[in-house]
Design a protein around this ligand. Structure first.
Ligand SMILES: Cc1cc2nc3c(=O)[nH]c(=O)nc-3n(C[C@H](O)[C@H](O)[C@H](O)COP(=O)(O)OP(=O)(O)OC[C@H]3O[C@@H](n4cnc5c(N)ncnc54)[C@H](O)[C@@H]3O)c2cc1C
Length: 382
């Protein structure tokens, strides 16, 4: 006999876990969560110690959603978890005149959040780590910070477990038959049945749902950790992002947290579709050299030493907009996918969206409903 659930979630990254957290908060019963690897693994997109959070965004929809994430979703999760998960840290977002800088500046001004435009000269005073030589301007985001990512994942695992969500780890979903009622879920540890399904499978999502095949592409990112000479003496290190144009590659970074060295990575969003199971064993030297060259060009303190590297997967849509939608052909299936390189900071909010879409077919978040077209699985944007 197959085990039967009311709602089964596939994937225990930030999105699947946060969805389980919200379903259990709403007293939903019969919830299962299935994960192909051990909980907290480092093969997907949600591992590592830190992620950036910010209000500065490319359009006003995201700025408004971030207001809810910062004002409601994270504080609620921190209360339930009984620990601090967001660490406020000044944010600094800059880029060349032909990049996305102006769109970011206009979006924050439209919504009216605590983000100030600085000239490069003012920027150098406020953020002495940077040269800002070719910058159109500098956005000083006072709402920014970093998320304690690993602690968030661990807190969510504990919360969903304590609230009765049945978690199966090291169990892979091999196939889903959405035409059956209840839905049939074939797994490496036996068959399951569920009335409702929520797919939050990150880079593997399109293997389970063909509707996503033409919509998402996987890009493996290399993250470098560097020690900068004298960086500690120059004041608190910000979270930062270098904004280039559409389909182009920017860079971003965070202060030291949880391990040695500042974190820096290049934001690769187009031109690749990597196999998520193809785990690199050797250090990607060219990528590390590129990160070092960026630091040498844009930063004041020189690199003292390279410390370490890791990789992590983006699941990109053509526009970098998330997919948060009911399956176009199956109303009992909800999809959370394509969280690209910026989904973590929204985690507790997107989990709420996915849980409400599954329970009610719509959400109680007017700002999401107003932007819903942007998040459709079949969106033609981009
Ligand atoms: C280098 C890097 C830096 C980033 N920096 C930031 C940042 O600063 N700020 C920010 O907001 N965001 C950032 N992001 C993006 C953010 O981390 C991701 O958007 C987010 O983690 C996506 O989470 P997810 O739950 O959708 O996917 P995942 O974390 O990949 O979770 C999906 C889960 O589903 C499981 N799964 C898949 N298929 C199956 C199956 N068939 N059966 C069972 N289980 C399955 C996987 O094993 C995985 O655990 C960054 C991402 C990377 C890679």
């Amino acid at each position: 006999m197959a085990s039967t659930y009311h709602t089964l979630i596939i994937g225990a990254g930030i999105n699947g876990l946060s969805t389980g957290y919200h379903l259990s908060r709403q007293n939903a019963r019969g919830i299962g969560l299935i994960e192909q690897f051990a909980l907290g693994h480092d093969r997907g997109s949600s591992h590592g110690h830190s992620r950036i959070t910010r209000s500065a965004y490319v359009n006003a929809h995201y700025v408004r959603l971030m207001q809810i994430a910062h004002g409601e979703s994270w504080p609620q999760l921190e209360r339930d978890a009984g620990r601090q998960l967001i660490y406020p840290t000044p944010g600094c977002f800059f880029g060349p005149p032909d990049g996305k800088y102006e769109s970011y500046a206009q979006a924050v001004e439209e919504v009216g959040v605590d983000v100030e435009r600085l000239t490069p000269k003012e920027g150098r005073k406020r953020f002495p780590h940077f040269r800002f030589e070719n910058a159109a301007g500098v956005l000083y985001d006072r709402t920014a910070g970093f998320v304690a990512a690993a602690q968030t994942v661990q807190s969510l695992i504990r919360l969903v477990r304590n609230r009765g969500v049945e978690i199966r780890e090291n169990a892979t979903v091999l196939r889903v038959d959405l035409t059956r009622d209840p839905i049939r879920v074939e797994t490496s540890v036996g068959d399951l049945e569920t009335e409702r399904l929520i797919v939050a499978a990150g880079p593997w999502a399109s293997r389970l749902l063909p509707v996503l095949k033409s919509r998402v592409a996987v890009a493996r990112q290399t993250v470098g950790y560097f020690q900068l000479a004298g960086a500690r003496e120059q004041g608190a290190f910000p979270v930062w992002g270098y904004l280039l144009g559409k389909g182009d590659m920017g860079y971003y970074g965070l202060p030291q947290f949880g391990r040695d060295g500042i974190k820096i990575a290049k934001h690769i969003v187009s031109g690749v579709d990597d196999d998520p199971d193809d785990v690199p064993v050797q250090m990607p030297s060219a990528a590390i050299d590129d990160l070092r060259a960026f630091i040498e060009e844009q930063f004041v303190p020189p690199v003292e030493r390279f410390i370490d590297w890791e990789t992590c997967l983006y699941t990109n849509t053509p526009t970098e907009d998330f997919i948060l939608d009911i399956h176009p052909d199956h109303p009992n299936v909800v999809i959370g996918a394509g969280f690209s390189g910026h989904g973590f900071k929204f985690g507790p909010l997107t989990g709420r969206v996915l849980s409400e879409l599954s329970l009610n077919g719509k959400t109680s978040i007017p700002e999401f409903e107003a932007a819903r077209e942007m998040f459709k699985a079949t969106s033609q944007r981009g």
